[in-house]
Design a protein. Structure first.
Length: 477
């Protein structure tokens, strides 16, 4: 299978016929750009980090991604920046590189290009007023020999200097500061001219054996199979993106990324805590690439977005390109990794009722490491109350069953119940009967049972501190 891919690699225009499942990392290194390193090839180490620049509202929005997990078919119409694309003369070090040298933040150098690229992405995003903290921007990069303290020092130092001396960062100022080369200023116009594959909707979904979102699951699990399959890159269908409000519902296109959701004004307004919850999802480059549809359809029992959207009682819309049907997310999962999606269907979007009135929500996740790890057990809750009585509640739990679980019976019990320690204890007992965890690498059955109990208490301790105290929940330990 071959497709035409047209993009800018550093300062060079690329127009090739290629198997779209070749990962960007392999393509780049075949172009003799060996600064981008291959480490784990699973999205964990960040040695392969590159920037992808995309025209968004007429500006180029740059995001870091793990090039080992990006199918090259997904980069049409974009600007790819590798470490070589930051060069400004043979022996010239830009301010970020200089800070790394001055703070002793590089030793063997294998990880360094990835760190410098992530940092560059941070400053470019800052210019677009769309960034978290400088240290957070490095959460997808691992160094195996220098030790992270010197790297953190270098990043903080250069960030403090650039930000204190430049109140309004822009791509123009970043070129003056020599953080990026001048050709960056030509990229917007060049991207506008590139004949993009554009909005290519799916006409015959039957002819594809696999739909690809961001690829962060597929290219870890089945990269070779992808090379030999008739894959459909959903990336090129613009109708699968975006977050909208219509007639009291929030609609989320299935190919919307986790980062897009975290940064969406709608989510900031209705779910201000969501940004923090999803800090526990992968790393910055993973979140930049991972899609909602990929998370829901991977059907992992511990998918973080899946667990969150189950607790909003969401509905998913499936289509074969001709007709559409809606399914409640809580009914979508049939058995381990099996969904109600027919072979020729793909997920178009997800929707849920926009909350109003006195509503509360919370998400909890426990994993072996706090960051860059999938959950051992996760759980999410959404509820409404009147006079301390629950009028509506949706509670979900991951890692405690073969499927992402909606805790039906626990919710039935809690509806109409006054918020008291006794009612919460009873709810926890009911939840224990609804789950069927197994012992595996992430913990024993008993441990996962205990975790879910603690996470349910945690929801109520966080949301209603005036009613529930930590010591009230001790007897369940
Ligand atoms: C290092 C690393 C860390 C991670 N950390 C987390 C984490 O903390 N929490 C978490 O939940 N996940 C995590 N993941 C898993 C993964 O990133 C997520 O599941 C992500 O949301 C998958 O989205 P994607 O677009 O990349 O999926 P893809 O790999 O493109 O697809 C995944 C599956 O969904 C199907 N699919 C995709 N889109 C559609 C659609 N629209 N309709 C029908 N089927 C579709 C594909 O065919 C495939 O079966 C991590 C992955 C990595 C590599
Ligand atoms: S090679 Fe390790 S994240 Fe890509
Ligand atoms: S400097 Fe050697 S891995 Fe980071």
């Amino acid at each position: 299978m071959k497709t035409r891919v047209n993009f800018i690699l550093n300062n060079k225009s690329i127009d090739v016929e290629i198997n779209p499942a070749v990962v960007l990392l392999d393509f780049i290194r075949n172009e003799r750009l060996k600064g981008t390193k291959e480490g784990c090839k699973e999205g964990d180490c960040g040695a392969c980090t590159v920037l992808i620049g995309e025209l968004t509202n007429d500006e180029v929005l740059y995001r870091s991604v793990n090039s080992c997990l990006v199918p090259v078919g997904n980069v049409s119409g974009k600007h790819i920046v590798t470490i070589e694309g930051l060069n400004q003369g043979d022996l010239f070090l830009n301010p970020l590189q200089k800070a790394f040298v001055e703070e002793g933040a590089t030793q063997c150098g294998f990880c360094t290009p990835g760190f410098i690229i992530s940092l560059t992405g941070y400053f470019l995003n800052l210019a677009n007023k769309n960034s978290g903290g400088v240290i957070e921007s490095l959460d997808g990069n691992i160094c195996r020999c220098t030790g992270h303290n010197s790297i953190i020092r270098a990043a903080q130092k250069v960030s403090d200097k650039i930000i204190s001396e430049n109140k309004n960062l822009s791509p123009e100022i970043l070129t003056e500061l020599k953080v990026i080369p001048e050709y960056f200023l030509t990229v917007r116009g060049r991207l506008q001219k590139i004949s993009q594959t554009g909005s290519e909707s799916i006409t015959d979904s039957k002819s594809y054996s696999c739909f690809v979102g961001g690829g962060t699951d597929l290219f870890v699990q089945r990269p070779d199979e992808m090379m030999n399959s008739q894959i459909k890159l959903l990336h090129n269908d613009k109708s699968l993106y975006g977050i909208d409000i219509k007639e009291g519902y929030c609609f989320i296109g299935s190919n919307t990324s986790v980062s897009d959701l975290r940064e969406s004004e709608i989510f900031k307004r209705y779910f201000p805590e969501f940004h923090g919850f999803m800090e526990l999802f992968g790393s910055t480059p993973i979140r930049n690439n991972a899609t909602v549809g990929g998370n829901l359809n991977n059907a992992s029992p511990i998918g973080d977005m899946t667990i969150f959207f189950l607790s909003l009682n969401s509905v998913v819309t499936l289509t074969d390109g001709v007709s559409e049907r809606d399914v409640f997310l809580k009914n979508y999962y049939l058995s381990y990794k099996k969904t109600d999606r027919h072979k020729n269907e793909y997920m178009k979007c997800l929707k849920f009722n926009l909350p109003e009135g006195n509503y509360f929500y919370n998400f909890e996740k426990v994993s072996k490491r706090t960051y860059l790890d999938i959950a051992s057990v996760n759980s999410s809750v959404f509820l409404k109350t009147e006079n301390n009585t629950i009028t509506e509640i949706y509670l979900s739990a991951g890692g405690v069953s073969a499927i992402p679980l909606f805790l039906n019976k626990t919710c039935e019990f809690l509806t109409g119940i006054e918020l008291t320690v006794e009612s919460l204890n009873e709810a926890v007992s009911i939840a224990q009967k609804e789950i069927s965890p197994i012992s595996d690498a992430r913990g024993s059955e008993e441990y996962k049972r205990l975790l879910l109990t603690r996470l349910i208490y945690a929801h109520f301790l966080v949301l209603f501190p005036e009613i529930f105290k930590t010591e009230d929940t001790y007897e369940r330990l």
